[in-house]
Ligand binder design. Sequence first.
Ligand code: AP5
Length: 258
Amino acid sequence: MCDTHSRTAWIQGWDGIDEPVWHQLRMPYRFVLLGAPGVGKGTQARLLGEALGSCHLSTGDVFRAASEHIAATPAVKLAKAAMKRGDLVPDDLVISTVYERSQCLQCPAGFLLDGFPRTLQQAQWLDERLGQLGVMLDAVVHYELPTEQIVERLCGRRTCEDCHTVYHEMTRPPARADICDDCGGRLVLRADDQPVVVRVRMDAYLKTTEPLKEFYGDQGLLIPVRATGTPEEVLERTLQALGISTSPDDGRMLASSR
Ligand code: AP5
């Protein structure tokens, strides 16, 4: 990284980059986005990334890219099988994947961690790693949405099989049915959005990830945000909850508390 809109270093690993472009932003924001599958974390990470300049780092994206493009090593096979079932990828594999990309956590543009951490072990490791890197989290945003709306979002989601842009049949339809606006690729239902797999993902979330609310609540970092309404309304609510406003001077987003 860190061209703020290029996610190559994160997805391919740092070695995928010849010459990182370091953006000199005055105020990097470092957030974790928590919430159930389909609540809209990826959508908000994209919008927040555009608004704040922070890099969108999704572990789900890394594992999907690895299972599509990397030769099927035992680790990739393990991750792919877990995702297919809707289970979590084992902690040691997730942690080594993020460890390899630690430089993205030091990005001067800041970061938006989407889908990581997801277990207590991952959260404790992240705290330790950020401490070693001399970087601090600003906040952990927890998106909340009733289950029936989560199911509607997941059932209607369509993803470009080439560039992975996310659409929704009702709320973010492409201009031409089943064709990606950005690259012309085919839009498909993600394999783990099948109802039977969604149930396993929701169980994994409730059992393993929801307890992180207490972990981050105890550190004073947790910010709950209602995820109802349009993506733009949720973005607005998130920025308000984080105390971030638009500066009239330069049009950039500034934290009122800084
Ligand atoms: P991951 O890719 O992280 O999936 P997830 O957490 O289940 O989240 P989703 O990507 O399904 O949903 P989202 O919240 O990002 O919603 P989105 O914005 O797309 O992980 C996949 C798998 O990888 C895991 O199951 C696990 O196996 C493995 N994995 C990844 N990280 C791991 C880790 N750390 N540890 C262990 N295993 C790991 O929105 C959904 C839909 O709703 C879209 O169609 C969107 O257009 C629409 N939408 C969004 N917002 C709105 C809105 N406000 N109004 C209307 N529609 C909306």
